[in-house]
Design a protein around this ligand. Structure first.
Ligand code: OGA
Ligand code: ZN
Length: 369
């Protein structure tokens, strides 16, 4: 689409496009995005917005071979040239396109046979397969990679192809197996009810990877549920309960000999469009509620509603991982857990690590280029 004509108004430029539509660009916005104000190499803004007046005006504006030239009034420091392509891509009110901004797909128990699956060999073969895997994993928040080498570093290497790992108080990577002196229920043979990891962190880790190396013990099946789906069910069944879960901060805490990591946050986080964005849910890391007694009863009722959905078979997918498989899931969305196992019947060992959402999305954008 090309520009037909431009008009310099008092505080804004009106661009009339060939298709008959008009876009209005505030002058400060155009001045602030003049390419000359950016470092040519790093593409970072160096322009000082306070160096021009808030009521910046234009003396004239003209079309000039695919670009618009604006001569600024006093204080505006000369002229700015904005390309037609830039103007088209930055119409106020439209988000710039982002290959990682994909529609999510919520799921329940019926999803068991549709979980995206791939193999380590397929991911090694080409970048398109790798990109498709990242997009599939992001869409549903869960995928399974099979036929990974029997080596603790092999799953980790796959994760490192996405981005750097998120270090936590459990290390850069962690081994999930029964240990003598556990600081975490995961390191016992007990069942782990559905949860998200590290809700006590200021920002809980994004994607979690659990590479199964041994699963010879009786029991120890993996359990997953989509907390986006569960949250929407709560919203539909009881909007007021949902309101409490999205607004009342509750305390989460992990503490051992070395750490005492705590935060107060609402259990369900919404984005600016009111969609569920992240969920913190871990009965074992939720500290004693400290909201006023007057709302505690209602809060407990709302919390139990969510909790009951995590127990409902219609929301849950269960399967036993085989050595060589790795589950990848969005830890700020998908709840995970396991059934109890009997450590006397065999060895169970998972290698775990995290890659945050930001690094994950960055890899999607780089591969989509
Ligand atoms: C964990 C965890 C699941 C499993 O380590 O946080 O949830 O299958 N482990 O052992
Ligand atoms: Zn966990």
């Amino acid at each position: 689409m090309t520009i037909d004509r431009v008009e310099a108004h008092d505080r804004a430029l009106a661009v009339h496009w060939a298709d008959g539509t008009t876009t209005t660009y505030p002058y400060l916005f155009l001045r602030d995005n003049d390419l000359e104000g950016f470092h040519p190499q790093t593409k970072e803004r160096q322009f000082d917005l306070l160096s021009v007046p808030v009521d910046l005006g234009a003396a004239s504006a003209s079309i000039d071979g695919g670009s618009v030239t604006i001569h600024w009034n006093a204080g505006g420091q000369g002229r700015s040239v904005l390309s037609e392509a830039w103007l088209r891509a930055h119409r106020p009110g439209t988000r710039s396109s982002d290959p990682s901004d994909i529609e999510v797909k919520v799921w329940d128990a019926g999803y068991a046979d549709s979980i995206p699956r791939t193999t380590a060999a397929a991911l090694a073969s080409n970048q398109d397969v790798f990109l498709t895997w990242l997009l599939d994993t992001k869409r549903s928040g869960l995928s399974i990679v099979s036929e990974i080498e029997d080596d603790e570093g092999a799953g980790v290497a796959l994760g490192e192809r996405i981005g750097f790992l998120r270090r936590t108080n459990f290390g850069l990577t962690f081994r999930v197996e029964t240990i003598p002196d556990p600081n975490n229920l995961a390191y016992t043979s007990h069942a782990l009810p559905l949860h998200t990891d590290l809700p006590n962190q200021e920002m809980p880790p994004g994607y979690q990877f659990l590479h199964c190396l041994r699963n010879g013990a009786e029991g120890g099946a993996s359990v997953f549920a989509d907390a986006y789906m569960i949250a929407e069910k709560v919203r539909r069944k009881d909007p007021e309960a949902f309101g409490l879960l999205t607004s009342i901060p509750i305390p989460y805490r992990f503490h051992d000999e070395q750490h005492d990591i705590r935060v107060h946050r609402p259990m369900i986080g919404l984005d600016e469009r009111g969609r569920v964005f992240d969920v913190r849910y871990s009965a074992h890391l939720t500290d004693s509620f400290d909201m006023p007694a007057g709302i505690m009863g209602e809060y407990y009722a709302a919390y139990r509603l969510f909790m009951a959905e995590t127990r409902s078979p219609e929301n849950i997918v269960t399967f036993k991982m085989e050595p060589g498989q790795m589950v990848v899931f969005d830890n700020r969305r998908v709840l995970h857990g396991r059934t109890a196992f009997d450590p006397l019947t065999g060895h169970r060992l998972l290698k775990g690590f995290y890659v945050d959402r930001g690094e994950f999305d960055s890899r999607i954008r780089m591969l989509a280029r």
